[in-house]
Design a protein around this ligand. Structure first.
Ligand SMILES: *[C@@H]1O[C@H](CO)[C@@H](O)[C@H](O)[C@H]1NC(C)=O
Ligand SMILES: *[C@@H]1O[C@H](CO)[C@@H](O)[C@H](O)[C@H]1NC(C)=O
Ligand SMILES: *[C@@H]1O[C@H](CO)[C@@H](O)[C@H](O)[C@H]1NC(C)=O
Ligand SMILES: *[C@@H]1O[C@H](CO)[C@@H](O)[C@H](O)[C@H]1NC(C)=O
Ligand SMILES: *[C@@H]1O[C@H](CO)[C@@H](O)[C@H](O)[C@H]1NC(C)=O
Length: 506
């Protein structure tokens, strides 16, 4: 099809969509993170977004493979400047180059970029003042570069904040008393002024899960959901859930600095399913099945009735995410690592669809790696092997209350060995562990503790490389087997631990 007739078709379809749906700019968004050992092909993920009626996607960077897969779709895209890039963005020409390489180029290639996230939670308490002076100049330079490229009307830069930038004072713990955290309030105010001038939204991430899981037992459980009986009275408003209360605290904090009317977008919200005693499929389903229908009905909050733009966190599980905040970090997906739904919910909207999983997913072979059964093992060697595997693969399901927390020790070793084997593309050498491990072709899963098979590795430089038919594991000769030998790295770990111990004690 010629470019011209394609244009005409697009215009026609565009007009039809406008006629059918009026000027509805609503719709649900989702965060698409890519910190996984094995990624689904971006084309597969984009099809999943379409199948689930997701209209907006938020990225944490500007990955070319992901952006190219979003070309020629109606999906609105928020690209991200990473925190580590903020310093560079305070230099004008570097911000211009960033916009040219990561925005202009893709807009020309029919990617519907509508916003740029400058940093990700840069004022998070844990970061102290690392990004305190670079965030606003970076934001200004990015927006200026967008304006100079004549994209400023359509593409807005903003900063996704963590909900910890605002609070209610202890002496009046109510949403209407909301104010910005004293150590960042000056900077947030300047940023809000700049956003208001540009008609850009204020973006916050709100996590009822963290309120519950980090609440130290003092947080009333039902208040994290949308079907509970707990009520907090604030003047003549009754709050029945922490989301409404949290959102309205932000509304009040903005009002305090003269921006009571500013649009607030939820940059992240969701519920994890493993790695914590409050993280499982049934609680996640309870959360989403309370939250999503309210969104679809444009219920809003007491201080902000109506539509709220929301990006769920997240689309997929990410098994290589940092677990510094907690073991649940790798389990935020509505869909698992392979794009399959974890629980029943409807992403709402007009179509009221139930979740549609990724199609044509290519898994590795049906084989697993376990601790050799019916043998007595040196328990130290077994534990060392397990630690080695868990450090390199993913054992977060062992966390207190996690799906594999109830396993006996030898099953835990098997789980860890398998996790490492799968992450290592099922290479023969990765199922050895000094002779302790063996491959099996029957699923060793134990109850709710699933021993996964990884998907086939996706190579962004060769988008079709996963189309070869059979799922034969890579031959040992294609890998340096010494790379996978357990013994020497274990010795190194031992050394590293010893050095760390020295550092801590002296
Ligand atoms: C940020 O800027 C202020 C004012 O110039 C300065 O006092 C402060 O030390 C700076 N903080 C950092 C972390 O650079
Ligand atoms: C906020 O919005 C309301 C309703 O749209 C309007 O009446 C009011 O004047 C606005 N206030 C400010 C400060 O812009
Ligand atoms: C999910 O977690 C809650 C809280 O720990 C627990 O009461 C419930 O039994 C769990 N559900 C399942 C299916 O594991
Ligand atoms: C959405 O679909 C579910 C399952 O098909 C159904 O139970 C529910 O009533 C529907 N909701 C609306 C608002 O149509
Ligand atoms: C798995 O295979 C992919 C693609 O061949 C490769 O990039 C990756 O490094 C492999 N992973 C391991 C741990 O060998």
């Amino acid at each position: 099809m010629s470019r011209h007739s394609k244009m005409v078709n697009l215009l026609f379809v565009g007009a039809l969509v406008l006629t059918l749906f009026g000027s509805d700019v609503g719709g649900l968004g989702v965060n698409w993170g890519t910190k996984s050992s094995h990624q689904l092909p971006p084309e597969t993920v984009v099809q999943m977004l379409k199948d689930n009626g997701l209209k907006k996607v938020k990225l944490f960077d500007a990955d070319p493979a992901v952006l190219n897969a979003l070309a020629d779709t109606d999906i609105e895209v928020m690209v991200g400047v990473a925190n580590v890039e903020l310093d560079a963005m305070t230099v004008k020409h570097k911000a211009e180059k960033w916009v040219k390489d990561n925005v202009v180029k893709y807009v020309e290639n029919e990617v519907k970029i509508t916003s740029v996230a400058v940093g990700n939670e840069p004022f998070l308490k844990d970061y102290k003042d690392t990004y305190i002076n670079s965030t606003l100049p970076a934001l200004q330079n990015i927006q200026k570069a967008l304006d100079d490229a004549k994209l400023g009307d359509k593409i807005k830069a903003s900063v996704p904040f963590n909900g910890d930038v605002y609070m209610s004072p202890p002496w009046r713990p109510l949403p209407s008393a909301g104010l910005f955290r004293p150590d960042v309030s000056d900077q947030v105010e300047d940023i809000a002024d700049f956003l208001a001038k540009n008609n850009a939204p204020f973006i916050v991430n709100i996590y009822p899960f963290l309120s519950l899981a980090m609440g130290g037992g003092g947080f009333p459980m039902d208040y994290a959901f949308f079907d509970g009986a707990d009520v907090i009275t604030d003047g003549n408003v009754e709050y029945t859930n922490v989301f409404d209360a949290n959102y309205d605290t932000c509304v009040s904090a903005l009002k305090q600095i003269g921006h009571g009317n500013m649009t607030i977008v939820i940059g992240e919200i969701g519920w994890p399913t493993d790695g914590n005693k409050w993280a499982n499929n049934s609680l996640a389903s309870r959360f989403y099945n309370g939250f999503l229908p309210r969104l679809a009905a444009n219920k809003g909050t007491p201080l902000h009735p109506g539509y709220i733009e929301v990006y769920l966190f997240g689309l997929l599980d990410e098994d290589a995410k940092s677990i510094l905040p907690g073991d649940f970090e790798r389990h935020w997906g509505i869909f698992d690592y392979a794009g399959q739904p974890k629980f029943d919910t409807s992403l709402g909207g007009k179509d009221n669809k139930t979740l549609v999983g990724a199609k044509n997913v290519k898994y590795q072979s049906k084989k697993w790696c376990i601790l050799k059964p019916h043998e007595a093992h040196d328990i130290h060697k077994q534990n060392d092997g397990m630690k080695y595997a868990c450090d390199r693969a993913d054992c977060t399901a062992f966390a207190d209350g996690g799906s594999c927390s109830g396993l006996i020790d030898c099953d835990k070793a098997s789980y860890a060995f398998n996790s490492f084997f799968q992450v290592s593309n099922q290479s023969k050498a990765s199922c050895d562990f000094g002779g302790l491990a063996t491959q099996v072709d029957e699923d060793p899963s134990k109850g709710q503790c699933k021993f996964n098979i990884q998907i086939k590795p996706y190579d962004p430089s060769k988008p079709d490389s996963d189309s070869d038919s059979d799922s034969e594991a890579p031959s040992p000769s294609s890998f340096s087997s010494s790379h996978f030998t357990v013994a020497p790295p274990l010795a190194l770990i031992g050394l590293a631990l010893w050095v760390m111990t020295l550092l801590i004690f002296f």
